[in-house]
Design a protein around this ligand. Structure first.
Ligand SMILES: Cc1ncc(COP(=O)(O)O)c(C=O)c1O
Length: 391
């Protein structure tokens, strides 16, 4: 039976030394970068404690249980059993994306991204020598979806790869199996690669069907790569471990041909922690985390409806990031500036996600209900002050 995972207290969190807790002074509530405020899963703690006690801090081994652990996790959680022989580890998802993109495009070729999207995607494409081609997500009125016609037009005009975010950051959209199949068919037709960043996949809410891109059909397996990690769900980003995954002969060959140094950048602690995170013994903890995140996304909806009725927010189907449109409050292109300065709440800047992010903020609700309540109260006090000023 899953038990909801409880966040640490603010006092405990302020003892942390990671980016989320060191970027701003103590008066600021940090709800920006994608770290969570929960304790580690017990199996992860045990694995790390064992390593520290034994001084097991050398290089990662050339043969590790990581690929098999992920394959088993994917089979249990997504009903898909990828071949461990088609996987290689590296330091993080960003590095995996760059290493793959570098090998599927020539310098100067265009890579499609779907804004609003995780801001480093723009940089990763450039780091790989590519040029960003923007094909925004389509707003359906109730959610977001890939603009497959737009993607096809870009491919027809010469774009050579697609950097997909599945589930999508910042909207929390879980792409439908059909849209992934359609995307894969386009990729095969135009002879281009799809790199699917699936870092948020372990955080898809029950009842929402998640399809790993490579599992969506033969076309996807032929054209695609996935880059996965335990780091978002289990808050392991600082430990540096991700997996690049391929599911058909040609992409597998490409991963096998990567220089050994790419794999050697994997963090030993990251690898040990990821193996523990993907193990069956961590499933109940992950289910408990999903219960907590489900309650938090609903709490946020209720609080916004009550205290900031102008805010437009659709609950994400995955993850702990809320994409909120504050345009109707009249706080400008980048409302997070005023919110930080006057309400002392740090949110991610909407415009950083692409021009579609004007007037938006991204709020990290991977924390306690108390902190979410306090953050919304602080932000709503700006609205109250505006009303008073006008009145
Ligand atoms: C979609 C997406 N990809 C990649 C990353 C970064 O992952 P990593 O630290 O493994 O590079 C994040 C972090 O939030 C993310 O949201």
């Amino acid at each position: 039976m899953a038990v909801p995972v409880t966040a640490l207290s603010l006092t405990e969190l302020r003892e942390r030394t990671s980016e989320k807790w060191r970027e701003y002074p103590d008066e600021v509530l940090p709800l920006f970068v994608a770290e969570t405020d929960f304790p580690l899963a017990p199996a992860v703690t045990r694995a790390l404690e064992r390593a520290v006690r034994g001084g097991d801090t050398g290089y990662v081994a050339s043969r590790t249980p990581l690929a098999a652990a992920y394959a088993a996790f994917a089979e249990r959680r997504y009903g898909w059993a990828p071949d461990p022989e088609g996987m290689r580890s590296t330091a993080d998802v960003s590095m995996g994306v760059v290493e793959i993109l570098r090998r599927v495009i020539q310098p100067g070729e265009r890579v499609i991204v779907n804004p609003p999207v995780y801001p480093p995607f723009f940089d990763l494409v450039e780091e790989a020598g590519g040029v960003v081609e923007r094909v925004p997500l389509r707003d359906t009125g109730v959610g977001w979806e890939l603009d497959l016609e737009g993607i096809e037009a870009s491919l027809a005009a010469g774009a050579r790869a697609v950097l997909l975010c599945n589930p999508h950051n910042p909207t929390g959209t879980v792409h439908s199996a059909q849209s992934l199949r359609d995307l894969a068919a386009l990729a095969v037709r135009y002879g281009v690669a799809v790199v699917s960043d699936e870092i948020h996949a372990p955080l898809v809410q029950p009842g929402v069907e998640f399809t790993p891109f490579l599992a969506s059909g033969d076309d996807a397996a032929q054209a695609g790569f996935a880059v996965v990690s335990a780091s978002k769900a289990f808050n392991l980003a600082g430990l540096k471990c991700a997996l690049m995954v391929a599911a058909s002969p040609e992409p597998k060959r490409l991963l096998r041909a990567l220089p050994i140094e790419v794999e050697w950048r994997t963090g030993q602690f990251g690898l040990l922690a990821a193996v523990a995170a993907f193990a069956p013994e961590s499933d109940a903890w992950l289910d408990g985390l999903l219960l907590t995140l489900d309650a938090n996304r609903r709490l946020l909806a209720d609080l916004l409806a009550e205290h900031l009725p102008e805010a437009r927010y659709r609950m994400p189907d995955a993850g702990y990031l809320a994409w909120i449109d504050l345009s109707d409050l009249g706080w400008g292109e980048n409302p997070s500036r005023r919110i930080l300065r006057e309400a002392k709440v740090a949110l991610h800047f909407g415009p950083a996600f692409g021009e579609e992010g004007a007037g938006h903020v991204r709020l990290n609700f991977g924390t306690s209900p108390e902190i979410i309540r306090e953050a919304v109260a602080r932000i709503a006090s700006l609205r109250a002050a505006d009303h008073e000023h006008r009145g």
